[in-house]
Ligand binder design. Structure first.
Ligand SMILES: *Cc1c(COP(=O)(O)O)cnc(C)c1O
Length: 463
């Protein structure tokens, strides 16, 4: 007998502890949404059937992670759990100094408070919102330099998260290297649709930075997913293990910030890792002030254990195959049915193009919001609007359309199965069939900052 290669992609785990889903009726969801001011952020999580609000901290842990958590060392200083964590981070990233933090944004806070000043510029492919906020909080300017293809939702390009190297060179020339304390690359590019960055681009950005004596940092939240895209899309990497690809990615950088709530496979945690001794010493000083002693840094010993194990599980090729493939599978079904989405699908989410799907709803009546609420009402599915409600309010109080009106459906890691995805396809196609009848919305109350989290809205007509 000869071996055979099955085509079916199965979840690379079996389930030993289950969390029941709570089903609701259409009337219950209608009531819940009214009570929540038509804002899905204000729903109770048990009113949601399939929760795709975010992939951050929402993943399922493995039996090995739980075992590590039970066996953790909760000593204040020098806990064995810290040394396990430090060894894992060093083994994967190669960076000398590892500073644990309670989340990714705490690593950003420590890094940018230490290196960035007013008049400084930090280039990135696309700053994630907390990254931008910390750069600006330090008084510096955050500049996004993703390649042009990254701005076009339907343009197919294997690495839409790449940095525009010519634009980067001009920013360095115009600003002067002494006013650029670091160049960053976000892998994968979360705010740009979860699109990957190629190894060639990482290497080129690193070369350019180092030729000008500028440190180069990765925002490494989804480093494992990025490694998988390099393996499957970039010539020369097909036979390499994700772990080795990740090591090569980090080898070009001087440090990284990380949210372990993503590819750390944990529910909380993060780290700052870097090579420079003097900078590390400065950062540790601030870490003690804001996070905690450098061998726990805002986490419990059991969190350090979960991450030490989780970082390797995120690099398991069977896991990555299942994860990236389930998202592409959803994308393929939607594209085949004519539903407009951002293509190609990225690492952690499918982005529905609500502005394209709902041309009868102008941007200032929030097509993304309308689509997301329809998904909840019809299917109990919660995504998140990434559009005019999120980005349309300017600091002077005026309002304008965001660059795009999208609904992001982000997948928690190892939580949902193939049948959940099939259900999702059915719900989205049902909403798509009724698209012409979906109402726009108006905001009845909003906060002046980050309004999407707490705003209350009203549909413009009931149909
Ligand atoms: C989530 C995220 C962060 C911030 O991490 P938190 O753990 O949420 O503080 C930073 N950068 C990117 C790209 C992210 O996705």
């Amino acid at each position: 007998m000869r071996d055979f290669q099955p085509n079916t992609i199965i979840e690379p785990f079996r389930i030993r502890s289950v969390e029941p889903l709570r089903f609701t009726t259409f009337e219950e969801r209608d009531q819940a949404l009214r009570r929540a001011g038509y804002n899905p952020f204000l729903l109770h999580a048990d009113e949601v059937l399939i929760d795709l609000l975010t992939d951050s901290g929402t993943g399922a842990m493995s039996s090995r992670q739980w075992a590590g958590m039970i066996a953790s060392d909760e000593s204040y200083a020098g806990a064995t759990s810290f040394y396990k964590f430090e060894a894992a981070v060093r083994d994967i990233t190669g960076f000398k100094h590892v500073l644990p933090t309670h989340q990714g944004r705490a690593a950003e806070h420590i890094l940018f408070t230490t290196i960035a000043r007013p008049s400084h510029v930090i280039p990135n492919n696309t700053h994630f919102d907390t990254t931008r906020a910390h750069v600006e909080h330090a008084g510096a300017e955050a500049v996004d330099l993703v390649i042009d293809a990254g701005h076009h939702p339907r343009l197919i390009h294997p690495f839409k998260g790449n940095m525009d190297l010519d634009a980067l060179a001009s920013v360095i020339r115009e600003t002067g290297p002494d006013r650029i304390p670091a160049i960053m690359l976000t892998v994968t590019n979360n705010s740009g649709g979860g699109q990957p960055v190629s190894m060639a681009n990482i290497r080129a950005v690193s070369d350019l930075a180092h030729r000008h004596g500028i440190p180069f940092f990765l925002d490494a939240c989804r480093f494992a997913e990025n490694a998988w895209f390099i393996k499957t899309r970039e010539p020369g990497y097909a036979d390499k293990a994700p772990l080795d690809i990740a090591r090569e990615m980090f080898s070009y950088a001087d440090g990284c910030t990380m949210s372990a709530k993503k590819d750390g496979m944990a529910n909380i945690g993060g780290f700052l890792a870097l090579n420079d001794d003097a900078l590390a010493a400065q950062c540790r000083g601030l870490e003690i002030l804001t996070e905690g002693f450098p061998t726990y840094g805002g986490m419990a010993g059991y969190d350090l254990e979960a991450i030490a194990q989780g970082l390797y599980e995120a690099l398991d090729p069977h896991y990555l195959h299942y994860r990236i493939r389930s998202i592409a599978y959803l994308g393929d079904k939607l594209v085949a049915a004519g539903v407009p989405i951002v293509q190609p699908t990225g690492g952690h989410a499918v982005y529905l193009d609500a502005r394209e799907m709902l041309p009868h709803i102008p941007p200032l009546q929030y097509p993304g919001w309308a689509l997301n609420n329809a998904l909840y009402l019809l299917g109990g599915v919660r995504g998140v609007e990434i559009g005019t409600v999120m980005f349309g309010l300017r600091p002077d109080g005026s309002e304008g359309p965001a660059a795009m009106d999208l609904v992001r459906l982000a997948f928690p890691r190892r939580v949902y199965t193939q049948s959940h995805v099939d259900y999702l396809v059915e719900v989205i196609l049902e909403v798509y069939a009724r698209r012409e009848r979906l109402p726009g919305y108006r905001i009845v109350w909003q906060s002046p900052t980050l309004r999407h989290f707490t705003a209350r809205l009203e549909p413009l007509s009931e149909s």
